[in-house]
Design a protein around this ligand. Structure first.
Ligand SMILES: [Zn+2]
Length: 115
């Protein structure tokens, strides 16, 4: 079992520059593209560790993506809706106005089950 890291541009659909910074931000809703299935899965930045994620999956993804910084970085989890591959997306958040945030992906981590 292993975790593969992808660049956000490789697997997240429709990332765009906004007017507040250099980082590309998520679309709303955010979308992940599975290269194995060639299907796009919408996901929610607030979802962490869905019930399908076993302890082993959570542990491997947490080790791969490293610690988060409160108020600066966070993560969310999803599964490809076709093959069920567990995915973690680490992202940064930036408050550009009072209580208004923008979110930009930092890394995408794909959990690969043992062959
Ligand atoms: Zn898939």
């Amino acid at each position: 079992m292993s975790v593969i890291q992808k660049q956000p541009d490789e697997v997240l659909v429709g990332l765009t520059h906004d007017r507040f910074g250099d980082e590309k931000v998520f679309t709303v809703p955010a979308k992940y593209w599975c290269s194995k299935c060639d299907v796009v899965t919408q996901f929610n930045l607030r979802v962490k560790e869905p019930p399908q994620f076993s302890f082993q999956i959570r542990k491997a993804l947490t080790e791969a993506c490293g610690p988060t910084v409160p108020y600066e970085t966070d993560y969310c989890d999803l599964l490809c809706h076709k093959c069920g591959q567990p995915i973690r997306v680490k992202y940064g958040q930036h408050e550009f106005a009072m209580s208004s945030y923008r979110y930009f992906p930092l890394g995408v981590y794909l959990y690969e089950a043992a062959l």
